[in-house]
Design a protein around this ligand. Structure first.
Ligand SMILES: [Zn+2]
Length: 294
């Protein structure tokens, strides 16, 4: 369905394939742990483009920009606060380069700020909103097709993110939470509550990404599908990693296992499927093969 927008393709009933992980794959290719993935936008742009191109070749309809930590406050933790606009522009440019002429969407990834809102932390909701607005403005101006606020765990921060995005653009918007505690986020939020609060905002798609295990993520998906009235985005991680002797993460979930789950995810209501941490291009290909052969 070439030429149609993201929301038009969803409306037409198509199941779309999103990409796999950015961070864990770049780490497996040499990005030192603790170095932000955004550093490779400048140091190893060839590796960023190569990974994104591998996801396209594996069958992804959507590539997320390497801007998960792209708010100024998050980049500031690495001394890059001043480079927020440059980082986000560069990431869109590289994603477009990777996609080339393929009929693949480039979605702007927006992750948490890394700061907790008051009263748990010290950030005012207005400040969080301004941080998200600034990043979203750069991503939108650089030409992304839509935006994905992902790996959220706190309703307050996610609300600030949506409001920030909506203060600067009207692009299609996905909001995705991570259920690190099974079917609860780190802050104890359940999918049903997330659906209720986020659906009251100007959001187009509700999502689940990262999380704990494939089984837990499936339970979270079932809970979300029972209350969501919007299309569902679903990018579970390849389970939780074990660490090898050199502290490198090892993921047990194989591409075959993720492929074997894919039809169940779709049957349970997922409209966009992909993978989060630990999901390699091989995992993504297993998922995409199931989707394309339905
Ligand atoms: Zn993840």
């Amino acid at each position: 369905m070439a030429g149609l927008s993201f929301l038009e393709r969803l409306k037409a009933g198509e199941i779309l394939v999103a990409d796999g992980a950015t961070g864990t794959n770049l780490q497996a290719r040499g990005l030192p742990t603790g170095t932000p993935t955004e550093a490779w936008l400048f140091d190893r742009p060839d590796e960023v483009v190569r990974l994104e191109r591998e996801f396209v070749q594996a069958g992804a309809d959507i590539i997320l920009t390497n801007t998960f930590g792209g708010t100024a406050v998050k980049l500031q933790g690495h001394g890059w606060g001043e480079r927020m606009a440059e980082v986000n522009r560069r990431a869109v440019e590289l994603a477009r380069q990777a996609v080339g002429d393929a009929d693949v969407f480039v979605a702007g990834s927006i992750g948490p700020t890394g700061q907790l809102l008051k009263p748990m932390g010290s950030m005012e909701p207005e400040e969080a909103e301004a941080q998200f607005a600034a990043q979203a403005r750069v991503l939108a101006e650089a030409g992304v097709d839509f935006l994905v606020i992902e790996t959220q765990f706190d309703l307050g921060e996610a609300t600030a993110a949506v409001k920030g995005v909506r203060s600067v653009c009207s692009l299609p918007l996905v909001v995705s939470f991570s259920y690190d505690r099974g079917t609860r986020t780190m802050m104890g939020v359940r999918p049903q509550k997330m659906a209720q609060e986020m659906s009251a905002l100007d959001v187009d798609v509700l999502g689940i990404n990262c999380g704990r295990s494939l089984d837990d993520n499936l339970s979270a998906l079932q809970e979300l599908a029972a209350s969501a009235r919007l299309p569902i985005w679903f990018k579970p991680n390849a389970g939780l990693p074990k660490l090898d002797e050199e502290n490198r993460p090892i993921y047990d979930v194989t591409p075959e296992m993720m492929g074997a789950y894919t039809n169940t995810w779709i049957a349970e209501g997922a409209r966009i499927v992909g993978g989060c941490c630990g999901t390699t291009p091989q995992h993504l290909q297993a998922i995409a093969t199931v989707v394309k052969n339905r």
